[in-house]
Design a protein around this ligand. Structure first.
Ligand code: ATP
Length: 586
C-alpha cells in the first residue's frame, strides 16, 4: 500500500474524480448482487411451485433494471478512474520532460538516452497502472468482496460464510510475500530493459558507422546476447507472477469444497434452504474476482512502486546550473561588453584536472574573437562556459555588466546563437529548421538568412524548396549543407552573441569566404565567437587566441600572430601551402 502513499499527491489533487469513480464502482458492485439473490428466490418459489407469471415478470424486470444500472455505472467509473490514470501519465511524462530540459550536461553523461526513454515510457506506464487498474482492483476487491461477504452472512448463513472464507488469510499472507519478491525482480527487469533500450538506441544512431566497419554481425550477436540476458531476468518476474494464479485457484477450490460439504449438511439439517445454498454458490462465483484481484493488486502495486522509485530518482537529481530566474524577467534584454576571465576550470567528473587556466579576453559589441589550437586544447570548453553549461569555474564571465551566473538563464541564453560542431537538424521542413528560434519569421527573413549562409541556391534545388522535409521522411543533406543550415538558423536569430564552434569545417574555401563576409556585415554591432581549425575562418577576427593545454599560448590579431612566428605562423604557412597544392590539383 506504500505505492498509494507515494502517489498521494496525485490522488489529493484529483480527489473529486476518484471519489465519484469509487461511488460509481460501489453502485456497480451493489447492482451485481441483485441477480443472484433474485435467482435464489425464484429457485425457492419454483421448488415450492408458488411462482406465477406476474411474479416471474417482476423478477425479470428487477434483473433488467440491475443490468441497466450496471451498464451505466460501469461506463462512468471507467471514465473517471482510467481518465485519472491518463492524467497521471501525462503529468509524469510532462514532469520528466521538463526536468530533462533543466538538467546540465553531466546528467546526460550519467544517464544514457535509452535509459531515460525507458523511464519516460515503460516506468510511467507501470505507475499509471496504479492509478487506473490499481485503484479499480483495490476498490472492486473491497466492495465486491465486502458486499458479497455481508450478503453471504445476512442472506444465507454466518457459519457457512466463516467456514468458506477460512483459506482467505493464507492467500493474503502469501500474496504479500510474493509481492516483495516481485518488487526486487521487477527492478532488475526494468534496469535490464533500460540497458537493452540503450543498446538499441546506440546501434540505430551509429548504424552507418556499424555497417561501414563491417560490424553488423558482431553487433547483432551482442544484441542477441543482451536480449537473452534480459529474457533471463524477465523470467524471474514471470515465475513469481505465475505463482499467483494457481494459488488463488487452489484457495477458490478449497472454498467450493467447504461450501458443498458444510453447506450440504446445513441444507440436510434444514438450517438453510436449497435456494439459499444456490445463492451462496453464486456468491462464491462473485468472490472469485476479488480473490484474483488481491493477487493482481500486489502485482500492480509492486511494479508501480519499483517504477515510481526509478522515476523519482531522476526527478530528485539537481542540475549543477542554478537558475536565478523568477519567471518575471523573460522580456529583459541584455546588450553590451563580454568580459571573459577564467582563472581555472575542471570538468566535474575530473575535478583535479584543470582544463582551462587563465583565459582572459574582453569583447565590445561588434568585435569577434577567434579560438584556435590543437585538438583538445580547450576551445569548446571556453564556449561551454560561455553558454553556462558549467558554473563551477574560478573567475568571472560578465555580459552587459552582469555576472552571467546571476542572470536568469532564459534571459541570458536568449542573447546567444550557437552553431555546434555536430549540427542537429529536426525532422521538419527546411523553413521550420531555419526559423526554429523565431517561428513567426517572414518568408523574406528566412530567405535572407539562407542567402547569408550561402544556402539559398541549394534549397531552391530541393524538391519542394523551403517546404522540403528534412530527416527520416525527407531529404538527406550533405555535411556542408547541414552546417550552413545551422548557420542560417543562428543568423536569423540575430542574437547579441553568435558562437560558431568549428562550424565552417565542411564548406569549401570560397563558400567560407562568402559566409564570413556576410557575417562581418551582419554582425557589425554584435559579438561573434569563432572556434576553428582552419585559420582562414578567424583571420579577420579582432582578437585571436591560440590555445594550448587549456592556456592561451599566443594572442593578437592575424598580423600580430604572423609576426610572432609561433604556432599560428607555422600553421598558417602549412594551411596556405595545402590550399595551393589543393588548387593546383584541381
Ligand atoms: N565532459 C568532459 N569531461 C571531462 N573532460 C572533458 C570533457 N569534455 C572535454 N574534456 C577534456 O577537456 C579538454 C579540452 O577539450 P575541448 O573539447 O575543449 O577541446 P577543443 O580544443 O575544443 O578540441 P577540438 O578541436 O577537438 O574540438 C580535452 O582534454 C578533453 O579531453
Amino acid at each position: 500500500m506504500g505505492t498509494f502513499s507515494k502517489l498521494s499527491w496525485f490522488f489529493k489533487e484529483h480527489r473529486k474524480r476518484y471519489l465519484l469513480g469509487i461511488i460509481a464502482l460501489v453502485i456497480t458492485a451493489a447492482a451485481n448482487l441483485v441477480p443472484p439473490r433474485v435467482l435464489g428466490i425464484m429457485a425457492d418459489q419454483l421448488d415450492t411451485g408458488k411462482i406465477g407469471w406476474g411474479q416471474f415478470f417482476t423478477y425479470l424486470i428487477a434483473i433488467i433494471i440491475a443490468a441497466a444500472f450496471l451498464y451505466f455505472f460501469r461506463f462512468y467509473w471507467r471514465k473517471e478512474i482510467y481518465g485519472g490514470a491518463a492524467i497521471l501519465e501525462k503529468e509524469l511524462r510532462g514532469k520528466l520532460y521538463w526536468h530533462f530540459l533543466q538538467m546540465d550536461r553531466t546528467f546526460f553523461q550519467r544517464y544514457r538516452t535509452g535509459d531515460l526513454m525507458a523511464r519516460a515510457t515503460n516506468d510511467v506506464q507501470a505507475v499509471q497502472n496504479v492509478a487506473g487498474d490499481g485503484i479499480l482492483t483495490l476498490v472492486d476487491a473491497i466492495v465486491t468482496g465486502g458486499s458479497t461477504l455481508i450478503a453471504m452472512i445476512f442472506l444465507v448463513d454466518w457459519r457457512l460464510t466463516l467456514a468458506a472464507m477460512l483459506p482467505l488469510p493464507l492467500l493474503t499472507i502469501i500474496a504479500q510475500y510474493l509481492g516483495r519478491r516481485l518488487h526486487d525482480a521487477y527492478l532488475d527487469s526494468q534496469a535490464a530493459f533500460s540497458r537493452l533500450n540503450n543498446k538499441t538506441q546506440e546501434s540505430l544512431s551509429g548504424i552507418k558507422v556499424l555497417k561501414t566497419f563491417g560490424q553488423s554481425e558482431q553487433d547483432a550477436e551482442a544484441f542477441n546476447q543482451m536480449t537473452y540476458e534480459t529474457i533471463g531476468i524477465n523470467k524471474k518476474v514471470f515465475r513469481i507472477d505465475s505463482l499467483y494464479d494457481p494459488l488463488i485457484t487452489l484457495v477458490i477450490g478449497v472454498t467450493y469444497v467447504i461450501t458443498i460439504i458444510y453447506g450440504g449438511s446445513l441444507v440436510t439439517s434444514r438450517a438453510i434452504s436449497l435456494g439459499q445454498l444456490i445463492t451462496f454458490v453464486a456468491y462464491i462465483g462473485t468472490m472469485v474476482w476479488p480473490m484474483f484481484a488481491i493477487g493482481y493488486l500486489f502485482n500492480i502495486l509492486e511494479r508501480g512502486s519499483a517504477s515510481y522509485d526509478r522515476i523519482d530518482n531522476l526527478l530528485k537529481e539537481k542540475s549543477l546550473i542554478v537558475d536565478s530566474s523568477d519567471g518575471k524577467e523573460s522580456e529583459r534584454r541584455l546588450e553590451g561588453q563580454l568580459r571573459y576571465h577564467i582563472t581555472s576550470f575542471a570538468y566535474p567528473d575530473e575535478p583535479d584536472q584543470a582544463v582551462l587556466k587563465n583565459v582572459d579576453f574582453d569583447l565590445k559589441p561588434g568585435q569577434t574573437v577567434g579560438l584556435v589550437g590543437r585538438v583538445g586544447s580547450g576551445k569548446t570548453t571556453i564556449i561551454q562556459l560561455l553558454m553556462r553549461e558549467f558554473d563551477n569555474y574560478k573567475g568571472r564571465i560578465t555580459f552587459a555588466g552582469h555576472d552571467i551566473r546571476q542572470v536568469p538563464l532564459d534571459v541570458y541564453l536568449k542573447e546567444i546563437s550557437y552553431v555546434p560542431q555536430n549540427n542537429f537538424l529536426f525532422s521538419m521542413s527546411v523553413r521550420d529548421n531555419i526559423a526554429f528560434a523565431k517561428p513567426d519569421a517572414s518568408k523574406e527573413e528566412v530567405e535572407a538568412a539562407a542567402k547569408k549562409a550561402a544556402l539559398h541556391d541549394d534549397i531552391l534545388a530541393f524538391p519542394k524548396g523551403y517546404q522540403t522535409m528534412i530527416g527520416e521522411n525527407g531529404v538527406s543533406l550533405s555535411g556542408g549543407q547541414k552546417q550552413r543550415m545551422s548557420i542560417a538558423r543562428a543568423l536569423l536569430n540575430n542574437s547579441e552573441i553568435l558562437i560558431l564552434d568549428d562550424a565552417l569545417s565542411a564548406v569549401d574555401a570560397k563558400t567560407e569566404k562568402a559566409i564570413l563576409a556576410n557575417l562581418r556585415k551582419e554582425r557589425e554591432q554584435k559579438i561573434t565567437v569563432i572556434a576553428a581549425h582552419r585559420l582562414s575562418s578567424v583571420m579577420d577576427a579582432d582578437l585571436i587566441l591560440v590555445m594550448k593545454d587549456g592556456r592561451v599560448a599566443e594572442a593578437g590579431t592575424h598580423d600580430q600572430l604572423l609576426g610572432l612566428g609561433g604556432w599560428y605562423k607555422r600553421m598558417w604557412d602549412r594551411q596556405e601551402l595545402a590550399k595551393k597544392v589543393g588548387e593546383s590539383d584541381e
